[in-house]
Design a protein around this ligand. Structure first.
Ligand code: NAD
Ligand code: UDP
Length: 311
């Protein structure tokens, strides 16, 4: 019997890459998604493999026939534009959806893995961010719907671990980019690439001095699988520590696409974190993981993907 994995949010950007990587390693995969921000186009190429798709909203009762070894809970709007437009769905999938996915894992005695986020650190007062940092989050600001949903999701995951003895893992994902991001999902990398490829103005929010640390999708997936197979239950940051300002990434993308675009400055969204960089000592020591793909290499592949989409 193959190891069987359920992935919620499998039709999304990260979920679809994760499904593909697990199929490549000879796992059987069941993908669950309500297509809120995802698309069947992301998983269409998996139909002839050991992949089953169930269209379902995971905030509702979730039952799947047969044995399950892992439940990977990836469902949630993830781009700031998406979760600002979908505040209730974001809170519901982080809270009710995580509860249902944990319930499924408990029923099947499966290992549970939560897609958490660097957003649990909010606008961080510690830099770089270690997993021991508790964060600086505004619960009633516009980003609170996402940040607090993920903080609740972490809390209920740990409660299932402590109270029910469930084997649980929490991956704190830092800004990840790559093929299959939606052109108009509003996140910096797809926004800048699509603007540059159309020779439109590139919209930098604020003065562009805020920083992020961008991780290429294959590095992230590698880290998630290492954590899933490990005995680690504490949260683990998975992200590339190479920190860049948003202005620097905008300029890099304009240069790499050969665009004639200018940078225009727009107002900084409320509570936009000023800095973000993972401390990956835990991932390095416990998982023997570190990123391999440089920003330039990752951007070459991502630009190539967006070129075909915009052609
Ligand atoms: P995405 O929007 O591409 O994927 C999310 C998927 O979840 C979509 O396919 C969507 O349809 C599905 N979904 C949403 N609500 C659902 C529900 N109620 N029931 C079933 N399916 C539902 O986003 P992504 O970038 O692939 O992010 C995936 C996960 O990773 C999210 O949990 C996100 O919080 C986390 N994450 C992503 C990043 C990043 O940089 N991409 C960073 C930190 C955390
Ligand atoms: N950003 C920007 N222009 C855009 C989209 C985003 O300057 O068109 C900025 C945003 O304000 C933030 C950074 O880029 O400072 C990363 O934004 P993203 O939405 O990718 O992810 P976040 O880290 O904010 O969740």
């Amino acid at each position: 019997m193959k190891t069987r994995v359920v992935i919620t949010g499998a039709a999304g950007f990260i979920g679809s890459h994760l499904a593909e990587a697990l199929l490549d390693r000879d796992y059987a995969v069941v993908g669950v998604d309500n297509l809120l921000t995802g698309s069947t186009a992301n998983i269409a190429h998996l139909v002839n493999r050991d992949f089953t798709f169930i269209k379902h909203d995971v905030t509702n009762y979730l039952f799947i026939e047969g044995p399950i070894d892992y439940v990977l809970h990836w469902a949630s709007p993830a781009s700031p534009i998406d979760y600002l437009e979908l505040p209730i769905q974001t809170l519901k999938v982080g809270a009710l959806g995580t509860h249902k996915a944990l319930g499924l894992a408990k029923e099947k005695r499966a290992t549970f893995v939560l897609a958490s986020t660097s957003e649990v650190y909010g606008d961080p007062l510690e830099h770089p961010q270690k997993e021991t940092y508790w964060g600086n989050v505004n619960p009633v600001g516009p980003r609170g719907v996402y940040d607090e949903a993920k903080r609740f999701a972490e809390a209920i995951t740990v409660a299932y671990h402590r109270f029910h003895g469930l084997d649980t893992k929490i991956v704190r994902i830092f800004n990840t980019y790559g093929p299959r991001m939606r052109i108009n999902d509003g996140r910096a990398v797809p926004a800048f690439i699509s603007q540059a490829l159309r020779n439109e103005d590139v919209t930098v929010f604020g003065d562009g001095t805020q920083t992020r640390s961008f991780t290429y999708i294959t590095d992230l997936v590698d880290g998630i699988i290492k954590l899933m197979l490990s005995s680690v239950n504490d949260p683990v940051n998975i992200g590339n520590p190479r920190e860049t300002t948003i202005e620097e990434i905008a300029r890099t993308i304009i240069r790499m696409t050969g665009a004639k675009s200018r940078i225009v400055y727009k107002p900084l969204p409320t509570d936009d974190p000023k800095v973000r960089q993972p401390d990956i000592t835990r991932a390095r020591t416990l998982l023997k993981w570190e990123p391999k793909v440089s920003l330039e290499e990752g951007l070459v592949k991502t630009i190539e993907y967006f070129r075909t989409k915009l052609a």
